[in-house]
Write a protein that binds this ligand. Sequence first.
Ligand SMILES: [Fe+2]
Ligand SMILES: [Fe+2]
Length: 225
Amino acid sequence: MAITLEDVQKNEKIKVLVEHANKVLEVMGYTDHGPRHVGYVSRKAGEVLENLCKDQRRVELAKITGWVHDVGNMINRKHHGLNGAALLFPILDEMGMDIAEVCEVCSAVGSHEEETGLPISDISAALIIADKVDAHRARVRSKEFLPTDIHDRVNYSIQSTKLTVKEGTIAMDYTMNSGASPMDFLSIYLTRMQMCEKSARFLGCNFALHINGVKLNRWDETDGV
Ligand SMILES: [Fe+2]
Ligand SMILES: [Fe+2]
């Protein structure tokens, strides 16, 4: 029987890794990387491939990859993709996942970081997009009413988000309030948005970034209205 997202979520070792990685990042002052973040990434990575009519097993593997992609933070933020892949390999193998699928998951996890990552498969491209677009007020852990840290301030100003895949365009729409500006957003998310562009191209699509209804990246004739 093929290993499902549910099997992976129920695995005790993976549960502890996901929780511990989130705890380490909390101490370091990072935004939420727990079940909310990995749950979002899992859902959205699956949706991207589903909307591109990929095989159901690729969709399931993208969901699994989304759930486990950040476990390497348990060791250190630096190179967490590479460490995560090395941690996951024996666990997924021990669970009975087909070895070729273990390789798919681990390659994608090992290639999702900004410093060392590049889209290397459809699963990896979907993971990068789902991960890098996840900015939202729900990720802010600070209890300050008006956070001073720029990551918290930008995330806190994002009220809602929408990721759509339609007619060759993967579009991300953010609705932000005046707590942060689009310039603030770009000052911390530019490289991530460029990784999304690269990943969308890998999937044969364009990537469109919108903030409060205004498109911020390149315009081309396939955009429509
Ligand atoms: Fe990550
Ligand atoms: Fe992540």
